[in-house]
Design a protein around this ligand. Structure first.
Ligand code: C5P
Length: 230
């Protein structure tokens, strides 16, 4: 069984309010994206990484991952889903469609090796799935004036994280068809759900955060320092 990483990294990270895209911010002596890619490539079961980049990205060549022979780069697309689709299309040119891909956000630097292993074990049963954490807070829906209109039952609600792991050919087909049908695809699992599959949710770690706001960098520093001590 073969596993490959796919890293969508073509976002410009508007919510951070900084000039540098969030995946290129500095974190504990490396760039965020280098932590994310190396977390996957350090796993002995993962053979390669395909990174989707924005056009005219002149920071990528300065990363350490750009020099890694296991890493290939492709051009990303308008939305995350288009970026992932471009990477899958490129992989399909030299990898069997039954191989597994782990799609992982470039801005999730703290994913744990043991969680990757547990996710990859799903492949033994031929099942695709994703890491996530259960919702513990009370969930509210509001109207356009932020007035609460409903309380959502949080029972069996999850925050979806990455990696999200599926067979290369199946995910490529599901994403391509969902996008052609005009479906809004915010993660890989939603394309698979749309295609009639039932991705397996696997409880991961709350430390697998996505760098979104400036304060997330401090939290990521804390988690990486803790991992280094473990
Ligand atoms: O913006 P958001 O945090 O949802 O982005 C998640 C991941 O998708 C990031 O790693 C980002 O670089 C990537 N992305 C992409 N192509 C886009 C938009 C986002 O690869 N067009």
């Amino acid at each position: 069984m073969s596993f490959h990483a796919v890293i969508p990294a073509a976002g410009i990270g508007k919510r951070m309010g900084v000039d540098v895209p969030k995946q290129y911010l500095s974190l504990c002596g490396k760039m965020v994206i280098d932590w994310s890619i190396q977390a996957l490539l350090n796993h002995p079961g993962i053979e390669s990484a395909t990174v989707a980049l924005a056009v005219e990205d002149d920071i990528w060549p300065t990363t350490t991952s750009a020099e890694d022979p296991r890493v290939e780069s492709v051009t990303g697309g308008e939305e995350r889903s288009h970026s992932v689709l471009n990477a899958l299309r490129s992989l399909l040119q030299h990898v069997p469609e039954d191989d597994w891909v782990l799609v992982h956000d470039a801005a999730r630097p703290c994913v744990l090796e043991q969680d990757l292993s547990r996710l990859m074990q799903l492949a033994d049963q031929g099942t695709g799935g994703l890491l996530g954490v259960p919702v513990h807070d009370t969930m509210k829906r509001t109207d356009s004036h932020a007035r609460v209109t409903a309380t959502i039952d949080r029972n069996r609600l999850w925050y979806a994280q990455t990696p999200q792991m599926f067979r290369l050919g199946l995910l490529h087909g599901a994403l391509k068809n969902a996008l052609a049908a005009g479906v809004v695809v915010t993660d890989e699992a939603s394309a698979m759900e749309w295609a009639g599959h039932f991705p397996q949710m696997l409880e991961g770690s709350a430390s697998n955060i996505k760098i979104t706001r400036p304060s997330d960098l401090q939290l990521a520093e804390f988690y990486l320092a803790r991992q280094a001590l473990a």
